[in-house]
Design a protein around this ligand. Structure first.
Ligand SMILES: Cc1cc2nc3c(=O)[nH]c(=O)nc-3n(C[C@H](O)[C@H](O)[C@H](O)COP(=O)(O)OP(=O)(O)OC[C@H]3O[C@@H](n4cnc5c(N)ncnc54)[C@H](O)[C@@H]3O)c2cc1C
Length: 352
């Protein structure tokens, strides 16, 4: 089966890195020794001489037949629902105040990862750390404290798939991966890639996706914050839903708000061609609940996701409530708009 029209490492370099549309998902790093992730950038250390082209097969910025992913994961050829195939959409939050206080919003992601570990569904999980001297990056976590230490959103990409690739190579099994829609797509492509993608992807037992409209270029973000006098690692970032139009940064010195219009200038160019807002190839996708920051919107997609979610509810690890229909409408509208923008940017749909 032909997966993509572009083959070979040099083509990936030309079509993705040189065009500036790499989204730093990390899928090519670790799967090939000649790609590395350093401080917010994917760099090439040498030319690859093999003909497996694993990097090309997994890169979410290269053309791909999306229908093959729908078919593989959901046994359908297409999906007309703007938020992708799913079993249910609800509002939920962690039942544990401590988790909620550490988390970005309702703490569903953190709570589910800890629960999946405690229940033995997974041995460990690849999450995104807070960053230090260098950009946030993927980190392998095996206990509650480590997972809690990763709670919260860093609005720049972290190449966490590189850490997943390394964890798989080191023989780790029954892994969870938490990531953005581009990373879920890359993991999906990995499942369908030759020569050993299915085997590699089989080490991942649970995929939790985050909603994402775009991610920032880390180095540009660091420079931007510097111009605002922020040089320490922020404690928390937030982008409240429209119409607020602000980017919030919390540090030890307090909370500051900046115009979102300024921050949009440093969005990764590669995000403009991404058509997925809700991480359609995850078992469970999680985002904010518009109008109530103490809760999450949760899309449960697969049987495995449903089983874990229901078990977590029964154990009191999660609480749920019905999602207001207006929230669901807004979510679908936002997801549909992201798809339209991406198709236009890719020249696959005329302007409307
Ligand atoms: C770049 C980005 C853009 C987003 N855009 C939207 C949006 O447009 N609409 C929306 O509803 N929600 C968006 N989210 C998701 C939202 O910010 C929360 O992550 C989500 O609602 C889960 O909330 P929670 O309270 O369960 O998270 P928590 O329990 O705090 O868990 C958050 C998890 O996210 C992981 N994480 C943090 N930063 C990153 C990163 N850069 N890459 C990958 N994983 C990371 C952490 O490892 C942690 O496990 C975005 C998140 C990111 C990182």
């Amino acid at each position: 089966m032909e997966q993509t029209t572009v083959q070979g490492q040099s083509n990936l370099v030309r079509e993705v890195l040189e065009k500036g549309i790499c989204v730093r998902c990390g899928a090519c790093v670790g799967i090939c020794p000649y790609f590395q992730y350093h401080d917010g950038k994917v760099v090439v250390s040498d030319w690859c001489q093999t003909s497996t082209w694993r990097c090309v097969q997994v890169c979410p910025r290269l053309p791909y037949d999306r229908a093959s992913l729908y078919d593989y994961f959901y046994h359908v050829n297409d999906c007309t629902d703007a938020i992708g195939p799913h079993r249910q959409v609800v509002a939920a939050r962690s039942g544990d105040k401590l988790v909620r206080s550490a988390a970005q919003y309702g703490g569903v992601v953190t709570a589910l990862v800890i629960f999946a570990m405690e229940e033995g569904l997974v041995n460990s999980a690849v999450l995104t750390d807070r960053g230090g001297d260098l950009a946030p990056k993927g980190v392998l976590c095996s206990d509650r404290e480590a997972v809690l230490g990763c709670a919260g959103s860093r609005y720049s990409a972290s190449a966490a798939l590189s850490e997943l690739n390394l964890a798989i190579q080191a023989g780790n099994d029954r892994l969870a991966f938490i990531g953005l829609p581009c990373q879920m797509e890359a993991l999906g492509r990995l499942s369908l890639s030759e020569p050993d993608g299915q085997e590699r992807a089989g080490h991942v037992e649970l995929k939790i996706g985050l909603f994402c409209t775009w991610a920032l270029d880390y180095r540009a973000l660091r420079s931007y914050l510097k111009t605002k006098g922020i040089v320490e690692i922020p404690k928390k970032y937030d982008i409240p839903p429209p119409p607020s139009e602000v980017f919030i940064v919390e540090t030890n010195n307090g909370r500051m708000e900046f115009p979102l219009s300024e921050v949009r200038e440093i969005v990764q160019p590669g995000c403009s061609v991404c058509e997925d807002m809700t991480a359609e190839f995850a078992d469970i996708s999680v985002g904010t609940l518009e109008g109530d920051k103490q809760w999450n919107t949760v899309i449960v997609r697969t049987d495995k996701g449903m089983e874990l979610f229901e078990k977590a509810l029964r154990a009191g690890v999660l609480e749920q409530k019905e999602i207001p229909s207006s929230n669901l409408e807004h979510l679908k509208e936002a997801a549909s708009n992201k798809r339209k923008r991406a198709l236009r940017a890719r020249g696959e749909e005329s302007n409307e």
